[in-house]
Structures are given as C-alpha cells and as structure tokens.
Ligand binder design. Sequence first.
Ligand code: SAM
Ligand code: SF4
Length: 329
Amino acid sequence: MFDKYRRVVDYLRISVTDRCNFRCRYCMPPQGKSLHDADESLTYEELLRIIRILGQHGVNKIRLTGGEPLVRRGIVEFIHNIRQINTIKDLAMTTNGSLLGKNRMAERLKQAGLDRVNISIDTVDSADFADITGRGNLDDVLLGLKSALLAGFKPVKINVVVTEKLSDHDIAYFIAQVYQYSVAIRFIEYMPLGPTPISPGKSILMVKQMIEQASSRMLQSEVVMYGNGPARYYRLPKAKGVFGFITPMSDHFCHKCNRLRLTDDGKLKPCLLSNQEVDIKAALRNGCTDQNIYEFCRQALQNKGLKHQLDYNTSEKFSVTRPMFQVGG
Ligand code: SAM
Ligand code: SF4
C-alpha cells in the first residue's frame, strides 16, 4: 500500500489492549483511567481478518503492542494464528517484559512464532524504576529480559525512554549488556503526550557522550540492522550488541515512515502523533466485505501527514488526544 505521498506502507502496529499492569508516568495518568469494556476491543478473529486482508495488499510486518500485550488473555494462540498467514514475514511485540519470565511465557511466545521482542527498561535503579512505572518491579523485568534471551529471540531490543532518571549507573549497565549479548539498546526521546510530571532530562547527544565517556571508546558509525525502523544504530568496538537512537522530537523520520496503526477499540490511525482516526470496528461488525476493509485502510492512509506536528515548543498548542497506552508506542 502507498500513502498519498507515495511512501510504502507495509507495517501494521496493533494495540491489542489498553490495559496495563504498569502506570508509566509518561504514558498513563497516575490515577489510571477508565478502560474499555472487553467488547469494545476488537476480537482476535476481527484482528486476524484485518491482518489477512492487509497481508494481501503488501503489509508483511506486524507489531503487537498496547497497553501491555501480555495481559490480554489468549495472546499466545493469537500469535500462533497470525503465523499461519503466510504473507506476514515479521511478527514482533513491544512489552514491558514483566510477564515474560512467568509461566514460560517467553518460550511459549517463541514457539508460537513470535520473531522478535522489544522490552522497555528505562533505568536499572529499582527505586527510580518503580517511580517511573508506578507499579513495576525491576526484578520481574530483568527476569523477563533474561528469559527472552534464553528463548532465542534475535535480536532482543531494549527500549529506553530518556528521562531525567537516566544515570551513569544505567549507562554502565547498558554498556555491559552490549558486550555480553547481541542486544540492541535504543534510547528514545520522550514525547510530551499528556500532562505528565516527568522531564525529558538529557538530550540524545548527551546520552551518546555518556556512553563514550563511560566506555572510553568512540561509538562507531551507523550499522544496519534487521527490523531497522527509525533508529540509527552505532556500535562500540568489539561489542556484540548495538546502541540505537530514536529521535521523534529533535530529528523526525516521518519521510520514511511505513506504518499504519490500529487501536484496540478498532480505530485506524495513520500516525502515533495524529488525531485522525478511521473507525473500522463498526464496519467489521456490520457485515462489510474484505474490499470495504481495504478501502477503510486506504482512507486512513490518505490522512497520513507528511510530518507530525509535535515538538517541545508547540506541545502546548498541539496536543495528541489519545494517550500513548491507547495507541501503542
Ligand atoms: N507496555 C508495553 C511497553 O511498555 O513496552 C508496550 C506499550 S508502550 C506504550 C510502547 C513503548 O512506548 C514503550 O517502549 C514505552 O516506553 C514507549 N513510550 C510510552 N510513552 C512514551 C512517551 N511519552 N515518549 C516516548 N516513548 C514512550
Ligand atoms: Fe504500560 Fe507500556 Fe504504558 Fe508503561 S509504557 S504504562 S508498561 S503501556
């Protein structure tokens, strides 16, 4: 599929639930929020139908996100069923990792056909981690990371949203990880998507300097990685893993965006940072044809802007109506 600027769109990100066992300060309001009723979320059958149809029109990558995708019941079987759709070549998940180490979850996901996982870990200081995530327990997440590595996901990526909490101690931990494992550690600029009391802290340039100072080595120029989306990757000499930097705010990558998004309650979104939505659920539940579904997706892509409107200076004037946990980062 193409959008109106002739960008190829071959990647669907699906938020399978707006529920989460964490309350990250930059994503969910601290007091929580009213969650969709179960019947407001698209069923797995409805999602599989959409994936099948889009698969016939060039979509070959799927990412499952949320909310926390692992809190939705039946997720392992859903993955197994997506895997039966042979047009889908790459199936990934973004998770907070807290449940990966429980009930052999990482192994079961791998066996069901999940190709890759991204695990979010902003800091390895237990108290700061609990502060950022509201309810998160760092040990559970580190166990989840270990389980993902043992289960054989390649590569395992770690998402680090850069906030005021990122410390030299965290950087030392991440450097040790890239020397030990073939992981990709990606530092993501914080996006001001709501009234959240957390500061972005360091710039990406400062993070790069912290890595070079702590390792006494220079980051080597960009390397290409499979599943390479908006991140720019660098390697420390002789490291197995890489560092990635994702800069939606200071250096956006909209010109090469290949994504369409689907919220758990059935809204197609052309961009994480757009308020444009196309309701596909009503159509799905009113007996529409496969061709109708495809037309809805094309319509959503017609709304895909050339560039998003959010920056640190204009976030007062432009606000994204759906919080992150409802769209999936
Ligand atoms: N619950 C899963 C998790 O935390 O990985 C998946 C959903 S979460 C919304 C997806 C990603 O978005 C996570 O890596 C999270 O850190 C990131 N994220 C959430 N809010 C963000 C924000 N305001 N700015 C930048 N990244 C954000
Ligand atoms: Fe939950 Fe992920 Fe949002 Fe944190 S970032 S509250 S783990 S959905």
